[in-house]
Design a protein around this ligand. Structure first.
Ligand SMILES: [Zn+2]
Ligand SMILES: [Zn+2]
Length: 132
């Protein structure tokens, strides 16, 4: 079961829900391959179909742009295959193209991040929610 992190801006009416973790149908990466786009998706399909996967991890994670200081949700995938090779998806900020960094939600300090609408650092946590 995944969970949603809801953030709201105290300064304007911006609000956003980040769906994190994994849902019920996430027992196989192939089931949820549509979470990936473009080249990353092709690469993962190629690895799953044509290589020997030793270990893997995938879930929706919280990312941040270190340049814009904004929060983003992305589908994280890490695969180890063919005895020593590894693949990890990388994401860029849609606005400034800076590589996004994974944020550990347990140590998330919302005050560090800017509202995507008004730009002020006035974000606070809204209601928690669950999704599958
Ligand atoms: Zn950015
Ligand atoms: Zn705002």
């Amino acid at each position: 079961m995944g969970h949603g992190l809801c953030v709201e801006c105290k300064n304007c009416d911006y609000g956003e829900s980040f769906m994190l973790g994994v849902g019920m149908q996430y027992n196989s990466l192939m089931n949820v391959i549509s979470c990936l786009k473009g080249a990353a998706r092709n690469k993962v399909v190629d690895i799953l179909e044509n290589h020997h996967v030793m270990d893997g991890e995938f879930e929706h994670r919280l990312y941040a742009c270190p340049n814009c200081n904004t929060l983003h949700e992305r589908f994280y995938v890490h695969l180890e295959y063919d005895d020593g090779k590894a693949f990890e998806v990388a994401f860029r900020c849609g606005k400034c193209r800076t590589p996004l960094e994974v944020v550990d939600e347990n140590v998330l300090v919302l005050e560090r991040y800017a509202c995507k609408s008004c730009g002020k650092r006035e974000l606070e946590r809204g209601a928690e929610m669950l999704w599958d």
